[in-house]
Design a protein around this ligand. Structure first.
Ligand SMILES: Nc1ncnc2c1ncn2[C@@H]1O[C@H](COP(=O)(O)OP(=O)(O)OP(=O)(O)O)[C@@H](O)[C@H]1O
Ligand SMILES: [Mg+2]
Length: 566
């Protein structure tokens, strides 16, 4: 950047010298008759022209490079920062909006760095330099020029006040538009299935209209101020010609000096003309910068403990002590107490929305409980080094997400160095081998975005394999087999039983068949533990669990004609 500025200074100096030469041509050669001076002056002029061309080339190169580097850094930092932000951030921000920041706003900043900064520095230096040069020729002319400046300043101030909020508005609207498009394209299958294309088109058109209107509004504002600024800039030569001509006639300055003044005039009027553009650029960059910094400043409310603790041996003994939790104001979990010794299996049942997923979210510190303690091996999860904690957890999330990558890389996501055997073994336990080997490319099959191209059950099985490969101390299966048939589910359970010996397991499921073998089963009701026990004790209690059981096996019973089940 400093090299670039040095080159800019060089260019400026060259441009400052040039009018001096034209002035000399008029005064010394034409008026003074020193003809032998002419070739020397012409050669100097040519040299200066080459010099200015070279500086312009160099300057462009340097500032483009600087802007690319800066944008690279900003983008990298932002991307890294997005990975530090908690789940809650993503609950509240739309992906399209984030994408718009990552692209449009960063591009605005790049523009400013690559051309804005140079323009501002260059134009102000021209203005000051030219003023000084004119002052040495005729202080009167310089004073007249200076008198115009406050008028221009007032106009600019008003212009800036008008344009800035408009740029803020169009930037925000751009993000809204982006978010709309992104969400709509992600959900295109639903839109088509419900034949809601027209509705969606109209919704998009509404936001698009707003964006266009805001754009037109900006153009109108620019257009209103432009003639005023242009007028001020173009009366300058007329005034100079008048006053300069009078001074020359009276012999106060020479005709050559009038020519010199005119050689500097563009250095005064150009910055004036550009002032509107410069203000636009500053406003736009400020709008974009503000929004980017909003993201980088937002921080994570889930912070790494400055003095992290880690147990001597991570065995996976999980405890919840009087845990209360809410996402907002409404309590989601109330007074949860659980104790899962290392290697035990806890099953969580309960109606949808009763808080099952929320319980396991606290385990990996994706959210933090408001009171009570979630601990593993006697250490509060808030005290663990975050990554070390999460490496011990194998999550199979309720919503399966696969990356648009090969099945192999998807399964080995948590352990990229996993051997092919380990991957195959995991796939085997997850009952995924059969469908994977049935594919032409096998493990090299690239699955579409979010696993498109696989069936729901196939995706789930790949996700289970992904958790198993990790070889975690604690395995969390959040409705992990909801999309596979009962037979496959039972095969997966048999397989898991073998490998998961000595591993703490959380099973969330709506199916009795998936939870009945757990060491303890808890039934959540509106965020409270309503029942707890083993399959046998809960069946005897004849409470919620028994009710679920009866619902699921009533048909079965009637088919079999059995008198007693359980
Ligand atoms: N990210 C979130 N922000 C705000 N509220 C949430 C969020 N996630 C869940 N909730 C609310 O918390 C409550 C419990 O949700 P949770 O996902 O834990 O239920 P669940 O028992 O897992 O249900 P399901 O069986 O349908 O998966 C629900 O009322 C839900 O609306
Ligand atoms: Mg859930």
């Amino acid at each position: 950047m400093f090299t670039g500025l040095a080159v800019t200074l060089l260019l400026m100096t060259i441009r400052m010298v040039s009018p001096q030469i034209t002035g000399m041509v008029v005064d010394d050669v034409i008026m003074g008759g020193e003809l032998d001076l002419l070739p020397k002056l012409l050669i100097l002029m040519a040299a200066l022209t080459v010099g200015s061309g070279a500086s312009i080339y160099l300057r462009g190169l340097i500032f483009e490079k600087v802007s690319m580097e800066m944008v690279y850094n900003i983008r990298t930092r932002l991307f890294e920062h997005l990975h530090e932000l908690p789940f809650r951030f993503y609950d509240n921000h739309r992906i399209g909006e984030i994408m718009s920041r990552m692209t449009g706003d960063i591009e605005a900043i790049r523009n400013f760095i690559s051309s804005g900064i140079v323009t501002i520095i260059e134009q102000s230096l021209y203005y000051i330099g030219a003023m000084i040069m004119i002052c040495t020729i005729s202080p009167l002319l310089a004073v007249i020029l200076l008198l115009i400046t406050p008028v221009l300043a007032v106009v600019c101030y008003k212009y800036n006040r008008a344009i800035r909020p408009r740029f803020d508005r169009i930037r925000d609207q751009g993000a809204v538009l982006n978010a709309r498009a992104q969400e709509n394209i992600s959900g295109i299958r639903v839109v088509k299935a419900y034949a809601r294309e027209d509705y969606e088109k109209e919704r998009f058109a509404r936001e698009n209209n707003k964006h266009r209107d805001f754009g037109i509004d900006i153009s109108n504002t620019v257009a209103k101020f432009h003639p005023i600024i242009e007028f001020i800039a173009s009366i300058i030569p007329a005034v100079m010609l008048l006053v300069g001509g009078l001074l020359a006639v009276q012999g106060i300055i020479t005709p050559g000096e009038v020519v010199k003044v005119f050689g500097y005039l563009w250095m005064i009027s150009d910055p004036m003309r550009m002032v509107a553009n410069i203000l636009n650029m500053i406003s736009q960059t400020a709008s974009s910068g503000e929004r980017l910094f909003y993201y980088t400043d937002i921080g994570s409310e889930i912070k790494e403990d400055p003095n992290p603790q880690y147990p001597k041996e991570f065995t996976g003994h999980v405890r919840f002590d009087h845990v209360n939790f809410s996402y907002g104001d409404e309590p989601v979990l109330t007074d949860i107490n659980i104790d899962v010794p290392a290697g035990h299996t806890l099953a969580i049942m309960g109606a949808t929305g009763s808080g099952k997923t929320s319980v396991v979210n606290l385990l990996g510190r994706f959210y933090e409980c408001q009171s009570g303690v979630v601990s593993i091996d006697g250490i509060d999860v808030k005290k663990y080094p975050m990554k070390a904690l999460r490496r011990n957890l194998g999550y199979v999330m309720q919503e399966t997400f696969l990356f648009s990558d090969t099945l192999r890389d998807n399964i080995a996501f948590g352990r990229p160095d996993a051997s092919q055997e380990a991957i195959e073994q995991a796939a085997d336990i997850a009952q995924a081998t059969e469908y994977i080997s049935g594919m032409d490319l096998g493990y090299d099959t690239i699955v579409g975005e979010r696993g498109m191209g696989l069936s729901g059950g196939q995706k789930q099985r790949a996700a289970i394999a992904r958790a198993i490969v990790l070889d975690p101390k604690i395995l969390i299966l959040d409705d992990a087999t909801s999309a596979v048939d009962l037979e496959t589910e039972s095969a997966i359970q048999q397989g898991l039983k073998k490998v998961l010996k000595g591993r703490t397991t959380f099973i969330i499921s709506h199916r009795i068949s998936a939870v009945k073998d757990a060491d303890e089963i808890i039934v959540l009701d509106a965020g409270r533990i309503a029942e707890r026990g083993t399959h046998e004790t809960l069946m005897k209690e004849k409470g919620l669990y028994y009710g679920i059981f009866m619902d699921q096996y009533r048909d079965y019973q009637s088919v079999l004609g059995a008198k007693e089940v359980g």
